[in-house]
Ligand binder design. Structure first.
Ligand code: HAM
Length: 453
C-alpha cells in the first residue's frame, strides 16, 4: 500500500514542467559553449596526443561520474578555497542527496581508488582521466563554467622521481601539441608539519601589512593565507613579494624531496622556474606543486595546467596511507594557446573515393557497396539523396577525391562498377568483387593514406 503511494508521489513529482510560461531559450548557458565540428581537429589532436602519451607512460584510463556527493569535494579541495566557497554547482536530488557537479577530477579518482580497492594493484597506480568539469566562476577569457580537463594521477609512490616524471609528461604533452615555449613553474609548500610553522610566520607577516591587502585577501588571512601569495591584485603582489617563502622553511624531509626533484629536472634538461608564490587553489597539496604557463605576454598569462603532490588525501578520505601526485590541463586553454602559436591541429582524413549511383536499382545496391568499402578501410563519400550524375560528380570534384565509382542501371545488373580517375578522367569497368582490391591497390600506388591508419 505504502509503496504504491510512494510510486504515485514520484510519478507526480517527475511530471515535466509546463513549457507554456517560460520561453525556450536557444542558447548555451553563460560560461558554456558548443564544440563545433570546425573546432574538432584541435580537440582531436589534444585527445590523441594525451591518450597516446598516457599509454606510453603506463597510465590506465578511469572514468568517474560527473556528479558525486558534494562533501567529497568540500572535504578534499577544502572549505576555504574559491572552488568550494563560490564555484560549486551543488544541488539536492529528488531523493534528498546533496550532490555536486565535479569541479575537478582528482577527488573522484581518489574516491574510486578507495571504493574499488585499487591499493592492491602494483604501485604506482597510474590513472588517466578526461572529461568536463564545472566551476561557477565569473566567465571571462580562459575561464569557463564548463571546461574540459585532461588529468593524470599516480598513487602509491613518494619518491620525487615520480614528481619529475609527472612534470616531464606535462611538458611532453604540451611540446608534442606544438606549443614550444612554456614556463614550468615549480615550488614546494611543505608537508602538514612544516607548513603549520610556515603558515604562522606568514600570517604574522600579513598581519603587519593588513591595511595594504585587498578585501578578499584580508579574509583569506584567516581562511587560506597561502592564497594571498598568488593574488593578482597589484597591492597584494607587492606585499607577497617580501613575504617569507615556503621553500626557506621546509623540514629536512621536504627540503631533500624538493632538492632531489630539482636534480631530476636538471638531469632531464627540463627548464623550470622556482616560483615561491605558487601555492595552487586546492587545499589537498603537500610538498611539490607546479604549473605550466603559456609564454603569452604578461597579463594575458594563464596556466595551461597544474598539479602537485597530495600525500595525505587518500588517508584523509578514509583509505590506506597512500602518497599521490597528479596534474591536469585545461583543454580550452591549451587549444587557445595552440591557435595563438599556430600549432597544427589534427588532420582529419578526407575521403579519396566518391560513390555515385544512377537509377533505383543502383541506389539500392550502393548502400551495401558503401558498407563494403567502409569495412575495408576505404574512406568513401556519397550523396545518396541525389539522382543526377552531374550533381554527384560536382560534389566529388569539390571534395577532391581521387576516384569516383559510378554504379548505374547496367552496372547493377552486370555486377560491375565504373571507376573514374578524377585526375586523368580515364574510366574502366571493374567487376564488383574485384573492386575493393583494385581501389586499395590504386590508392596505395598513389601513396594515399586510407581511413584506418
Ligand atoms: P586546477 O589548476 O584547478 O587543478 O585546474 C587545472 C587546469 O584546468 C588549469 O591549469 C586550467 O588550465 C584549467 N582550468 C581551471 N579552471 C578553469 C576554468 N574556469 N575555465 C577554463 N579552464 C580552467 C585541478 O583541477 C587539479 N585537480 C589538478 C590535479 C590533478 N592535481 C592533482 N591531480
Amino acid at each position: 500500500m505504502d509503496s504504491k503511494k510512494n510510486a504515485k508521489k514520484i510519478i507526480k513529482r517527475a511530471k515535466p514542467e509546463k513549457s507554456k510560461e517560460e520561453p525556450l531559450v536557444l542558447q548555451t548557458l553563460r560560461g558554456m559553449k558548443d564544440i563545433l565540428p570546425s573546432d574538432q581537429p584541435y580537440w582531436e589532436q589534444v585527445r590523441r596526443i594525451s591518450e597516446r602519451l598516457s599509454r606510453d607512460y603506463g597510465f590506465l584510463r578511469l572514468d568517474t561520474p560527473i556528479v558525486e556527493f558534494s562533501n567529497l569535494f568540500t572535504r578534499s579541495i577544502g572549505e576555504g578555497t574559491d572552488i568550494v566557497e563560490k564555484e560549486m554547482y551543488t544541488f539536492i536530488t529528488r531523493g534528498g542527496d546533496k550532490v555536486a557537479l565535479r569541479p575537478e577530477l582528482t577527488a573522484g579518482n581518489c574516491r574510486s581508488f578507495i571504493q574499488n580497492g585499487m591499493n592492491v594493484l602494483s604501485k604506482p597506480v597510474k590513472i588517466f582521466s578526461t572529461g568536463p568539469v564545472y566551476r561557477y566562476d565569473r566567465p571571462q577569457e580562459g575561464r569557463y563554467r564548463e571546461h574540459f580537463q585532461v588529468n593524470f594521477d599516480a598513487f602509491g609512490e613518494q619518491d620525487p622521481i615520480l614528481d619529475a616524471q609527472m612534470i616531464q609528461i606535462a611538458h611532453r604533452i604540451i611540446q608534442t601539441l606544438g606549443i614550444k615555449s612554456v614556463q614550468m613553474q615549480v615550488n614546494s609548500i611543505g608537508c602538514q608539519v612544516c607548513r603549520k610553522d610556515y603558515k604562522e610566520l606568514l600570517v604574522n607577516y600579513l598581519e603587519s601589512k593588513k591595511s595594504k591587502l585587498c578585501q578578499d585577501c584580508k579574509r583569506r588571512m584567516d581562511t587560506n593565507p597561502l592564497r594571498v601569495l598568488d593574488c593578482k591584485e597589484d597591492k597584494c603582489s607587492q606585499v607577497a613579494a617580501l613575504a617569507p617563502q615556503s621553500v626557506d622553511h621546509l623540514c629536512e624531509e621536504c627540503r631533500t624531496h624538493f632538492k632531489t626533484l630539482l636534480e631530476y629536472l636538471d638531469e632531464l634538461d627540463l627548464p623550470y622556474i622556482i616560483n615561491p608564490h605558487l601555492v595552487r587553489g586546492l587545499d589537498y597539496y603537500t610538498k611539490t606543486v607546479f604549473e605550466i604557463w603559456s609564454s603569452a605576454e604578461e597579463g594575458k598569462k594563464l596556466s595551461l595546467g597544474g598539479g602537485g603532490r597530495y600525500d595525505k588525501l587518500i588517508k584523509m578520505m578514509g583509505g590506506e596511507d597512500t602518497p599521490a601526485i597528479g596534474f591536469a590541463f585545461g583543454v580550452e586553454r591549451v587549444i587557445a594557446e595552440m591557435k595563438r602559436v599556430q600549432a597544427k591541429p589534427y588532420k582529419i582524413p578526407r575521403p579519396k573515393v566518391f560513390l555515385a549511383q544512377l537509377g533505383n536499382l543502383a541506389k539500392k545496391k550502393s548502400l551495401r557497396l558503401f558498407s563494403e568499402l567502409e569495412k575495408n578501410g576505404i574512406l568513401t563519400a556519397e550523396s545518396f539523396g541525389r539522382g543526377s550524375l552531374k550533381s554527384q560528380l560536382r560534389i566529388a570534384n569539390k571534395l577532391g577525391v581521387e576516384f569516383t565509382l559510378i554504379l548505374g542501371q547496367k552496372e547493377s545488373l552486370d555486377g560491375t562498377v565504373i571507376v573514374k580517375n578524377m585526375t586523368t578522367g580515364a574510366q574502366e569497368t571493374v567487376s564488383m568483387d574485384k573492386l575493393v582490391d583494385l581501389i586499395k591497390k590504386k590508392l596505395k600506388a598513389d601513396n594515399v593514406v586510407v581511413y584506418h591508419n
